[in-house]
Design a binder for this molecule. Sequence first.
Ligand SMILES: *Cc1c(COP(=O)(O)O)cnc(C)c1O
Length: 249
Amino acid sequence: MSETFPTAESAAGDPRTAELRERLAAVRQRISAATHAAGRSEEPQLIVVSKFHPAADVARLAALGVTDVGENRDQEAAAKSAELAGLPMRWHFIGQLQGNKAKSVVKYAYSVQSVDRPQLVEALAKAMARQQSESGRADLDCYIQVSLEDDGGAHRGGAAPSDVERLAESITAASGLRLAGVMAVAPLGAPPEGAFEKLAVVSQELSGLHPDAVAISAGMSQDLEAAIQFGATHLRIGSDILGSRPRVG
Ligand SMILES: *Cc1c(COP(=O)(O)O)cnc(C)c1O
């Protein structure tokens, strides 16, 4: 039940911390090389996706200097963030989200990166109104998840590019929500470059109308280099840092 979490000092002799340090360094090296290759001066923000891995690993990551983690299920994220409430960690919600979970998510989430429909914007706005009056928390960063499938279908979630502007307007109209930018997952079975190029165009159109909404959350373990090439400002990296996820079900 009660695990003890490593501090920066106690982490030194912990084998799992040593493993994470090494894997994190390798990923940071790839990010740095890709940033340089793309002729960019600033590295994107690394979000380590901790889904299916225990809270103790998030504590280890914090001791290694990680400031941002991503989760895709409310139940798991709520439990971990509560357990680690003392850590200065930003929690990003990156999974499909039902409206009835909004109330829980706004208790811990710094951002929701999977906003894909007007009903979810409404649910988040309502939940934020309550949460801000109770806790005075900061506005919630919202990313519009864009589907990059050729047929505009929702196989891996996301709004069609043609729906992005309408969603953007509903987010900016809601108090408590801040429109941060766009998020996407590259479709399976095709080179990621084409998908991320498409996302860059969607982002450009969005930020033309909403100059603060410049964030592009793209790039996972397999395709972070392509994402950086096409302007990603945020990367969501899971397995290359934490190892393969335990299989569930
Ligand atoms: C799991 C997940 C990631 C991380 O994927 P890896 O391949 O493990 O790096 C990124 N984004 C989303 C939306 C995810 O669900």
